[in-house]
Structure formats: structure tokens, C-alpha cells
Design a protein around this ligand. Structure first.
Ligand code: P1T
Length: 399
């Protein structure tokens, strides 16, 4: 009957349209001009509450913990960039992780990549354990280690790739086969790569999350986190937890992350270009003993990097002669690079993971995962790359 066929035709035409490109979605997804004023920039809705049209009557928003239009714009945008069913924004990267952790129940077991951000490890070592969730840490770059650690009650595999701070890669397609076979969730921290360089959901992950404090925000001026679920059902469970546990991102901070995301693609191109140049410079320097950067040909997982990522990203780590003493001498040299925690913004930062970002991990666990006393981590910013190299040379001259 014609009346029934017409909608099917329309649907077919619609789905044949190509998806808009990443850069277009970064600028427009969830950010149509404001319905009330036609403002092109998404307004910052500071309201906590919304007028109701009588009992039970509201137009999508009732209280800003449950939903806020500025936060919703960010959540829609990040869901589009990661190509998942639902995006959610939280007060920090770790608030995102703890909310994802609430998908677990007492008696559950998780497997974690051992070379992960120190705060992720601390959460499972010191908090989740108190609620009856046990964690086993493995080198997940070899999927056989994940299989070995698997138990009857394992419900989640937490991956981070590239890892912080050793820039190790995990093969997400292979890990997704393992979690798929066991009906468990593959959760990926995509902070270092960003959706511009890597899309874990397309490689089989169930949930992807970020410290949006880093590249998504991009300017060292906001603490934030986001998660995207591939599947609407998992998205609904996370949405419930976001509201019930309450670690939401505020409207002004949501605006800052939205604004950062608009330039994500061009920033990641330049971060990656400069980081590759700096990694090559360090790799050929006589005072440097190790460089970890996935886009270097000599990186042991260079092939996987090229399959899984678009470019190498802006993070690298390295060691100089003399171990920790050498690193301490090096740190006295640079003037442009700032010694500071965090990463992923316009300015270049150096970090000594053992005394900063990974200080809360027990020494033995830290060393097993390659976080040595002499390791230095660089977040390559957007300054002139020749200035950055000259500045590193100032430190290397002191080693
Ligand atoms: O700091 P917060 O927004 O809560 O995000 C935590 C976090 C999660 N995942 C990764 C990969 C991270 O690097 C971080 C935070 N990292 C630093 C502060 C740092 O200097 O490594």
C-alpha cells in the first residue's frame, strides 16, 4: 500500500546521506542556534530549576542535576564524535570513572591495564575494593594476559590506550573479542588519543571515557570528564547513575569544553606533528636512552598505532642518562616547558610521573608497569616547535 511505502523510501534516502565530517560535527553537533534568540553560540544556562506547566508537566528539563541544556549540548556533541548512543558529562575525569565503576556490584571482578593513569589505579586499589570489587592488573598489550586473569565473576576490562605515561598501545579489536565472548564490558580511557585520533567504540569497546580536562578542553582552564556508551541500554544505566550519584559537570564548564572541542581537530594535527618532530629529535640525542612515542618507526607497536590511530598524538615519555639523578638535572634547564601535572593543552608541560601523577601507586606495582624513577613525560603544546627543541636542549646540556 502506497501509504506504508512512502516512509520507508524517505528513511532509505536519509540513511544514504553521508555522515557529516568530524570537524563539522565538532562545531555543530548538539549546537543548533538557540531556539529562543537564534544565538549562534550555545548559551550558558545557569538555572538550577525549570518552571513546570502544572504537576508532572515539563518540557524536557526539571532540575539541572538531571539535565541542563548547556551540558546536554556537550553530551550530544561528544556522543556524535565518539559515534555512540549516549554521551554524559561529569565534574572530572575521575568522577566519570567512579560513575562507570558503579555499573559494578559487590563481588564483581575487573581486569585493568597496569600502565594506567595513577588516579584510575588508586580508585580501584583504595576505593572500589572497599565496596567489594576486586581488580587484577595486567599488561593488556598481550591479550593472553587478559585471558589468564579472567575469572568467572569478571564483568569489566578497563583499557587505556595509549597508556599514561609509557605510551603503550592496546589492541582494542582483540580485547573486544575477549570481552564479547565473556559478555563483559570493554571500557576505554581515550584521553590521550581523543576521538579525532581514535574511536574505540568503532573498534568494539562498549564505553569510552575521557578526562575532558585534557585535549577536549584543550586550554588548561577546566576540570571535566565525559563518557559515551555504544549501546542505548548501557547509556541509560549510566544516565541513571549520573543523576543518582550526582557528579555532573556545571554549565559554565560544559561551555568551556564545548568551546575547546570546536578546535580539537586542528589542535590534534599540530600536537601530533610537533610531538613526532620532538620524539625524533630526542631519539637521536646521545644523552637520551629511551623514547616512547607510538608514531616513531622504532616503537614496538608502530604497526598497531597506524592501524588504530590517525596520528601519534601530543604525548611522549623518555629517559635520560643517569636515571632519576639525570632527570632531576634535566629539569633545571627548560624555560618554556613548565613542570606541572596535567596535559593536552596549548602550553607544553613536563611531568615526572613517579613524584607527580603516579605517586600514589605502590612502588612495586609502578615499576612492574614501566614507570621508572627516571621517566619524564612531555605534553607537547602548540608553541613554535624549534623553540621547544632548543628549550629541551637546555635541559639535555645539564645531564
Ligand atoms: O584529572 P581528571 O579530569 O579527574 O582526569 C583523570 C585522568 C583520567 N585519565 C587519564 C588518562 C588522565 O591522564 C587523567 C588525569 N591525568 C593527569 C592529571 C596527568 O597529569 O596525567
Amino acid at each position: 500500500m502506497p501509504a506504508k511505502k512512502a516512509p520507508a523510501k524517505r528513511a532509505a534516502r536519509k540513511s544514504a546521506e553521508p555522515q557529516e565530517g568530524f570537524e563539522t560535527r565538532a562545531i555543530h553537533a548538539g549546537q543548533a542556534p538557540d531556539a529562543a534568540t537564534n544565538a549562534v553560540v550555545t548559551p550558558i544556562h545557569l538555572t538550577t530549576t525549570y518552571a513546570q506547566d502544572g504537576l508532572g508537566g515539563h518540557k524536557g528539563f526539571e532540575y539541572s542535576r538531571s539535565g541542563n541544556p548547556t551540558r546536554q549540548a556537550l553530551e550530544t556533541c561528544i556522543a556524535s564524535l565518539e559515534e555512540g548512543a549516549r554521551g554524559l558529562a561529569f565534574a572530572s575525569g575521575l568522577a566519570t570513572l567512579t560513575t562507570i565503576g558503579m555499573l559494578l556490584e559487590k563481588g564483581d571482578h575487573v581486569v585493568l591495564e597496569e600502565n594506567a593513569y595513577g588516579g584510575t589505579v588508586r580508585y580501584f586499589n583504595q576505593i572500589a575494593q572497599r565496596f567489594g570489587v576486586e581488580a587484577t592488573y595486567v599488561d593488556a598489550s598481550d591479550p593472553a594476559n587478559v585471558e589468564k586473569a579472567w575469572r568467572r565473576n569478571t564483568k569489566m576490562l578497563l583499557a587505556e590506550t595509549p597508556t599514561n605515561p609509557n605510551l603503550k598501545l592496546l589492541d582494542l579489536e582483540r580485547l573486544a573479542k575477549i570481552t564479547g565472548a565473556h559478555d563483559a564490558l570493554l571500557v576505554v580511557d581515550n584521553t590521550f588519543a581523543t576521538p579525532y585520533l581514535q574511536q574505540p567504540l568503532k573498534l568494539g569497546a562498549d564505553v569510552v571515557w575521557h578526562s575532558a580536562t585534557k585535549y577536549l578542553g584543550g586550554h588548561s582552564d577546566v576540570i571535566a570528564g565525559v563518557a559515551v556508551a555504544k549501546d542505548p541500554e548501557v547509556g541509560d544505566r549510566l544516565k541513571f547513575l549520573q543523576n543518582a550519584a550526582g557528579g555532573v559537570l556545571g554549565p559554565f564548564d560544559s561551555y568551556l569544553v564545548l568551546r575547546g572541542i570546536k578546535t580539537l581537530a586542528v589542535r590534534m594535527e599540530r600536537h601530533s606533528e610537533s610531538a613526532l618532530e620532538i620524539a625524533s629529535f630526542l631519539a637521536s640525542h646521545p644523552k637520551v636512552t629511551l623514547v616512547n612515542y607510538p608514531w616513531l618507526e622504532e616503537h614496538p607497536q608502530a604497526k598497531l598505532a597506524q592501524r588504530q590511530m590517525r596520528l601519534g598524538g601530543g604525548m611522549l615519555s623518555f629517559e635520560v642518562k643517569g636515571g632519576k639523578a639525570g632527570a632531576v638535572r634535566f629539569l633545571k634547564g627548560p624555560k618554556i616547558w613548565t613542570l606541572a601535572e596535567s596535559l593536552g593543552a596549548v602550553e607544553s608541560l613536563i611531568c615526572h610521573p613517579v613524584s607527580m601523577t603516579h605517586g600514589s601507586i605502590p612502588k612495586e606495582q609502578r615499576e612492574r608497569s614501566g614507570v621508572t624513577d627516571g621517566l619524564l613525560r612531555l605534553s607537547v603544546g602548540l608553541e613554535d616547535v624549534d623553540d621547544l627543541k632548543r628549550d629541551l636542549e637546555r635541559g639535555l646540556a645539564l645531564v
